[in-house]
Ligand binder design. Structure first.
Ligand SMILES: CC(C)(COP(=O)(O)OP(=O)(O)OC[C@H]1O[C@@H](n2cnc3c(N)ncnc32)[C@H](O)[C@@H]1OP(=O)(O)O)[C@@H](O)C(=O)NCCC(=O)NCCS
Length: 314
């Protein structure tokens, strides 16, 4: 019998330090009005001493608690991150140890699309019978890759973690998934270093990223709906990667999805890279917006470019 990968628990965690747009005005040639109008972001969280694993542990424990399972029941952990605490071992193995799991654990790197890539990988394990319970985490201390003197990136990014427990289910769960990459755009969005032992910061051609993001994400949403024999009216919620309100609005407009059906957290979180989708999902599950049976579309794009989407019955 076909198995589905069903979400049975969500969790998230934000580091306590808040950096508002007004805080950034003190050190950068920018202002709150410009940032809100151009991005939709008002504030973001930034780590002080915490590492990517620390954030992941909190989010994972919250998700396991909601799922009602112990960490030692997990068959697999996949941690999507662009900012592992160390080059090796994988931050996922540090997470495995700290939450008391014993299963295989690995990191996955697809920048801001990392969570969708990780969910798609977990889905394959569950549907093929290789795992029954999988913890999928997006955790980032992306502020470590941001030059805080560069106003084109310092206004956008924030730190945080989100986690999902997926369980094999006979009836429903992830209905459709697709991941894509196009490696021709290295210079549009990358970290500036050429070697792992050099310090690097995010370099971005904002306008180009913007146009490609809108184009690729709306095409993907349309194809996904067609392949599922659905229309936007069948969607209960879109939970997009939280990069820029204007990207999200443009995609929603192209696919004719009312903004009331879009979960937005970027005003308070900024762009948390691989953490943004599970963070937004957890917020909307816990405040009661997302309910059992809802049809969710999750979509994200990041450097590479890599992008992907999932259609999920919650
Ligand atoms: C970065 C981004 C917000 C810039 O917005 P934009 O509308 O493209 O802005 P532009 O770079 O064209 O600059 C417009 C004007 O604002 C100014 N400006 C740029 N950054 C500014 C800032 N932080 N504060 C104030 N003014 C700023 C520019 O100098 C320019 O001024 P001018 O018109 O006098 O020349 C936008 O391109 C973006 O969000 N792109 C996508 C980035 C993204 O999501 N990356 C991650 C993907 S995972």
């Amino acid at each position: 019998m076909k198995k589905f990968a069903r979400i049975i628990g969500t969790g998230s965690y934000l580091p306590p330090k808040v950096v508002t747009n007004h805080d950034l005005e003190k050190t950068l040639d920018t202002n709150d009005e410009w940032i809100v109008a151009r991005t939709g972001i008002s504030e973001r969280r930034i780590v002080e001493e915490e590492g990517t694993c620390d954030l992941a542990v909190e989010a994972s424990n919250n998700a396991l608690e909601m799922a009602g399972i112990d960490a030692n029941e997990l068959d697999l952990i996949i941690l999507a991150t662009t900012t592992p605490d160390k080059i090796f071992p994988a931050t996922a193995t540090m997470l495995q140890n700290q939450i008391g799991a014993t299963c295989p654990a690995f990191d996955l790197q697809a920048v801001c699309a990392g969570f969708v890539f990780a969910m798609t990988t977990a889905q394959q394990y569950i549907e093929n019978g290789g795992a029954k319970k999988v913890l999928v985490v997006g955790s980032e201390t992306i502020s470590r890759l941001v030059d805080q003197n560069d106003r084109s990136t310092a206004i956008l990014f924030g730190d945080g973690a989100g986690a999902i427990v997926l369980s094999a289910d006979d009836e429903t769960g992830i209905l459709h998934s697709k991941i894509c990459s196009d490696g021709r755009y290295l210079s549009s969005l990358q970290v500036s270093n050429n070697r792992i032992n050099e310090l690097g910061f995010i370099q971005m051609s904002g306008n180009e990223v913007f146009k490609i993001a809108v184009n690729r994400l709306s095409n993907l949403a349309e194809t996904t709906l067609q392949e599922c024999d659905m229309t936007t009216e069948d969607l209960t919620w879109m939970v997009p990667h939280q990069a820029n309100i204007r990207i999200i609005t443009a995609v929603a407009k192209r696919i004719k999805l009312p903004m009331e059906k879009v979960v937005l957290t970027l005003d308070k979180h900024g762009n948390t890279s691989a953490a943004s989708i599970p963070l937004a999902l957890d917020v909307a599950v816990r405040d009661g917006r997302i309910k059992k049976g809802d049809k969710l579309m999750l979509e994200g794009i990041g450097g590479g470019f890599s992008w992907g989407g999932l259609l999920v019955e919650y």
